[in-house]
Design a protein around this ligand. Structure first.
Ligand SMILES: [Ca+2]
Length: 200
């Protein structure tokens, strides 16, 4: 969005209903930028400075692109506490806060999963999606309800938690999920085989 506003220091950005949605400081070359949050669909904006008003600009908000993490491209390793690993192909971060977890493969274990998966023995694992999703799905095995998953916003405030009690887990949140924490709640619970995340 550009606008001749060199006579003023600041512009207001207004939406189609004339509501001010942001202000921006004008740079020496007359340019400015302003970030506004959008619901999906078409939005139009104008910039005003004093009595001067720009042409109308129309933008479309884009949906969040789903990201799949099936661990097939994840670097294979045993996790070490407080040394999170980021998958360079998907941007997903997995870190161990305590306990033991591995990126395992079917050469070692049987299970209804694709070749590599997150093998979680005990403690707490933090999973950080790259796109702050509002919907997270994943698969797990076996059907032993010895673990829970908690999910947090960008201020690290707890949004919600639930038991791992379904083969296909679905988490829906009104607030973007910044990270998730997988924790064992029973020491004698079986190991968890976690796979096939979709972050959207
Ligand atoms: Ca997999």
């Amino acid at each position: 969005m550009t606008f001749q506003a060199s006579q003023a220091a600041e512009v207001k950005i207004v939406d189609a209903e004339d509501q001010v949605v942001g202000t921006a400081t004008i740079q020496a070359d007359g340019s400015f930028s302003c970030t506004v949050s959008l619901a999906l669909g078409e939005h139009s904006f104008t910039a005003t400075s004093g009595v001067v008003r720009s042409d109308k600009y129309t933008v479309h908000a884009l949906p969040i692109v789903p990201i799949y993490e099936d661990f097939e491209t994840f670097p294979r390793r045993d996790f070490v506490p407080n040394e999170p690993v980021i998958n360079p192909h998907t941007g997903t971060s997995v870190g161990l806060k305590s306990g033991a977890a591995t990126i395992g493969d079917l050469g070692d274990h049987d299970g209804p999963t694709t070749y590599q998966y997150l093998f979680f023995e005990y403690g707490t694992v933090e999973i950080k999606p790259p796109n702050s999703p509002k919907r997270v799905t994943f698969t797990r095995w076996p059907h032993d309800n010895g673990a829970k998953i908690r999910y947090f916003d960008e201020r690290h405030t707890l949004i919600g938690e639930r038991l791992l009690d379904e083969e296909i887990m679905i988490i829906n949140s009104d607030i973007p999920i910044y990270f998730l924490e997988l924790s064992k709640i029973r020491e004698l619970g079986k190991n968890e085989y976690i796979d096939n995340f979709t972050f959207e």
